[in-house]
Design a protein around this ligand. Sequence first.
Ligand code: MN
Length: 337
Amino acid sequence: MRLEELQDYEFVTIQCHDNPDADTLASGFAMYRYFQDMGRQVRLIYCGRNKIQKPNLLMMVDHLEIPVTYIGDVPAFLAQEPEGRLRGLLITVDGQYGAGNVTKLPAEEVAVIDHHQVEMTPPVKNEINPHLGSCSTLVWQLLDNAGYQIKDLHLGTALYYGLFTDTNQFAEIFNPLDMDMREAVPCDKTLITLFRNSNLSLQEMEVAGVAMIRYIYNDDYNYAIIKSKPCDPNILGLISDFLIQVAEVYCCVVYNETGDGYKFSVRSCVKEVQANELASFLAEGVGSGGGHREKAGGFISMQLYEEAYPTLHSEAFFSERLNDYFDHCQVIFCKRV
Ligand SMILES: [Mn+2]
């Protein structure tokens, strides 16, 4: 798809995925600027249950002046539109229209720009490239193909940071196009350093610190479990990233209670336990879990949990599930042929 194919509409809405990350914000920002420069009436939005609260993202929006608006009340938002659907073109960035992490908004015409595997039947107008490290790279390529040069330092810095965060600080950058983008855009490295070092608030540091005082450790299977006070899922990830670095801990689960269930984060540093498999095992029948080999996470629904385990407290649940996992999983080592 070429951006020139998206020129037919006077009104353009760019939608980031719910619980936005730096990549979707940067991609949306770039599309916003493009359509603004084309003289369109454009707006940049995101929906979902939560407003952005991660410090690095708040700083990104603030310092780079990203004009993004949170739509907390979708029915009210749609009620302002003619016929209860968005006027003109809706573009989802870094997420696919109708996918689980993109609140579905009815619109006159829809386009998708994304770098994940195809999840839904995409609309006719789409650019989906799962081989790229970030959607920021994809947007940069589309802009480049349209002859749109990125000279603005704020926009360049946003795209650079989008790629930086989506590729584990460039450690997982494989596609030459990602490297090209990294070299090509103007970037304020001072701001990147600032964002990179703004992962949690003082209050969250305290939550993490308190959580780490109490743990369950199983020395037969070398796993650890920590229950944290309510906090952002990202903080669960930070605590488990820390916990997995303990020499005696081969895999770990860090969780907390949210209003309607348990959110958990899983880490593993041994090949016998894949974090994504363990996450899906833990949530089996009561929620869902998944992710990558070393890092994963999931959610357990309180309603399903209480139906299945009416008297079991959560620490016991996680310990028992982990013991089950180790007792019943057979590890088969195969010789390479
Ligand atoms: Mn992304």
